[in-house]
Design a protein around this ligand. Sequence first.
Ligand code: SF4
Length: 342
Amino acid sequence: MDIRKLEEKLKELGQPVFRLKQIQKAVYQDGASAFSEITSLSKDLREKLDFEMKILSFESVQILQSKDGESIKALLKLNDGNFTETVLIAPKPGTWSACISSQVGCPMGCKFCATGKLGLKRNLTSEEITDQVLFWRQYLKSNKISGNFSNIVYMGMGEPFVNWDQVRESLQILTDKNLFGFGSRSISVSTSGIPEGIAKLAEEFPQVNLALSLHFADDQKRSEIMPVNRKNNLESLKKSLQAYFQKIKRKIFLEYILLDRINDSRQDADNLIKFVRSVGNAHLLHVNLIRYNSTGSEFRASSRNRAQEFKNYLLKNHVGATIRKSAGDEIAGACGQLAGKS
Ligand code: SF4
């Protein structure tokens, strides 16, 4: 919802200042999906607002749900005809986490990623980013789905740090107590590895979690599959994480997609351990291992056994690691599968 536009509209209609707060609460916290639902407003005002404004800046054109009901993906049509996607995941029963997009497509070109294949179409505005959260709040309410909607992860389409102005504004909206009111610690921003972005996050939102999509701890492989590494190599990422820890002693998550025979060997694990040790504060670096989700590329997922061995080897070498359950695979809503199409 465009808050500034709403504020102007209410002024234009000669409404008292408290109206704005009333509407904000109904929309952001109670999940009202139309002004007509806000019965604390006069009928006349509800009709005027419904006629002149929309709560969401897009319409959902497809919703897919996994069989277990734990992942739901929405394809969203933006006002200019572009599409983006967002996914709602239940990481554990009774809790919901929204995975949101920051761009239409992505300029980073990671070879294993369906979004990367699209290239960048455009940045999303802060309104379009936060409306994805609003959308899920409305969805849970209108489908009478219970549970605590507690977490937001910027892990959908796009690289958040190349759209920082809008992502910054979206973080302000999500954490504003008069709007969504999420705690900063419930929000995670994931980057493919842009040191300037990591520094800005540490400076401006020290309580927001950082996740680094590392995937390779070898410059040659990383540069070949993740072009971002040609400019920001492992040495620069190491320095960036060290600078982060100098400011904030908080856990950083290293995302590591396991690709069969590409980055899942003993040597790859050794490289990863070496990288973690070189950063220092190893107890604050946690590796999330994710078995690859098929995106129609030449890559395959590591077997469960190889994934387990990789994890055990990291643990034996005192590197914290978890194999993350891949949510949303069957609806192509898992990590690296968002392609903005049905
Ligand atoms: S993995 Fe992330 S950064 Fe890389 S292309 Fe996909 S969306 Fe972009």
